[in-house]
Design a protein around this ligand. Structure first.
Ligand code: SF4
Ligand code: SF4
Ligand code: SF4
Length: 419
């Protein structure tokens, strides 16, 4: 085992291969607060990649209702319980030390076991293979909330207010995280799983795979799936032809993936970030993902404690209990939500770029506009400006231009009744 640095955990972790980083990393930010659970993303992936025999049960992208839903069923509860059982044996609690933070460890240091440390010595990573029943339906407990406290008419007697609702659920959008230290890659005895040096996309070489399912077992997010008809495992391919700029619509520049580009809720932003040799993100303050993840830190990794350094980031839901969110997104939750609830002038403009173009935005500029609104948020003054944000593709061409205040178009009198 080599020691590799995981910035999300603020420390090194053991990994079967020495540290090696791609030049760019495929990444995305999902704003959970905006998701309407429409599953358009899920259908787009299915229609593009998994419509063939043997792939019927595969949902490389899925959207599950938390806290009860999951695909496969109970995937996160199961791996967290396994991790906890290993942790209990050490006699020490798994804790985050947030007393010291800096650019190399923005959330402090995680002192618990990861899947690479809690495993039995014969395994590369802690994991399990879901049984068939757990894969039987992609959307268990859809829209099921926690217990509702109403009167005999089912009407709430207490109402609800932020920061936490008594009754809650939220949608969690999931696909392969194209992890920096993938569990699937660590566990494959055939070296069939690889991470591309040009964009960090994690793929399974179908000609090398022998279907041992070690990747299915070791992916803590359960995003590697076995196909019975070919006896090989498959997973999200990050729509690599689009990312490479080879889609006919892309005009030679990287495009966002199918599941990202179709999202009607405008919750998803996909991109490529520059990676330095030591694995850190190259400073790029006008890259929208860099701004959201590294500067404002309002988008957080999913279950960072698992240790794979996932590259899909989430703006947490504002109304769910904080303890649940801390477990799911780590110690950055409180600051992320505070900043999201009262966004800075720049963040408010950057948030407009979600789904503004099918092409990936590599840089943004902001043109300052007038002050349009002033209010107090949590007792502090907050101003809103009608700035204009402009997005540029990888060749520096303008691909999006949006004002913070959405324009209102009034229908002319003669067309009052038309759509
Ligand atoms: S999410 Fe799972 S399948 Fe995807 S790279 Fe990470 S460990 Fe591998
Ligand atoms: S990135 Fe492409 S392959 Fe991966 S889940 Fe989304 S649509 Fe499917
Ligand atoms: S398409 Fe967008 S809004 Fe609809 S479920 Fe997927 S992530 Fe949510």
């Amino acid at each position: 085992m080599a020691d590799v640095y995981n910035w999300q955990l603020g420390r090194t972790i053991p990994y079967p291969y020495p540290e090696a980083h791609p030049q760019k990393q495929f990444a995305a930010v999902f704003n959970i607060n905006r998701c309407i659970g429409c599953q358009t993303c899920t259908g787009a992936c299915k229609a593009t990649w998994t419509f063939s025999r043997g792939q019927e049960y595969m949902w490389w992208n899925n959207v599950e209702s938390k806290p009860y839903g999951g695909y496969p069923q109970h995937w996160d509860i199961k791996i967290l319980e396994m991790l906890d059982a290993a942790q209990q044996k050490t006699g020490k609690p798994a804790q985050w030390d947030t007393t010291q933070t800096d650019a190399k460890k923005p959330y402090g240091t995680y002192n618990g076991l990861t899947i690479f440390e809690a495993n039995d010595p014969t395994q590369q990573a802690l994991g399990y293979i879901p049984n068939d029943a757990e894969w039987r339906a992609p959307n268990f407990y859809e829209d099921t909330s926690t217990a509702y406290k109403g009167d005999n008419l089912g009407i709430s007697t207490e109402g609800a207010s932020l920061p936490e609702h008594q009754t809650w659920f939220f949608y969690l959008q999931r696909l392969c995280n194209h992890c920096t230290y993938p569990g699937c890659l660590a566990a494959c005895p055939r070296k069939a799983v690889y991470k591309r040096p040009e964009d960090g996309i994690v793929l399974i070489d179908q000609s090398r795979c022998r279907g041992y399912k070690k990747c299915v077992e070791a992916c803590p997010y359960k995003k590697s799936m076995f196909r019975g008809t070919t006896r090989t495992s498959e997973k999200c391919v990050a729509c690599y032809p689009r990312v490479e700029g080879n889609d006919p619509l892309s005009e030679g520049v990287p495009m966002e993936t199918r599941c990202m580009a179709v999202c009607p809720g405008k919750i998803r932003m996909n991109g490529l970030v520059d990676i330095a040799q030591d694995g850190s993100w190259v400073e790029s303050p006008q890259h929208p993902l860099y701004h959201l993840v590294k500067v404002e830190k309002i988008a957080l990794p999913l279950y960072p404690q698992l240790g794979t350094e996932p590259n899909i980031y989430y703006i947490p839901p504002r109304w769910a209990p904080r303890a649940y969110l801390h477990q799911m997104f780590g110690p950055g939750v409180d600051q992320a939500l505070e900043r999201y609830a009262a966004p800075s002038r720049e963040t408010l403009a950057v948030l407009q770029l979600f789904r503004a173009s099918q092409k990936m935005v590599f840089r943004y500029e902001i043109q300052e506009g007038p002050l349009v609104h002033e209010m107090q948020i949590k007792g502090k003054p907050w101003q809103m400006y009608n700035d204009t944000v402009i997005g540029f593709d990888s060749k520096g061409r303008e691909i999006a231009r949006l004002p913070v205040v959405e324009p209102i178009h009034e229908r002319p009198k003669e067309r009052l009744n038309s759509i």
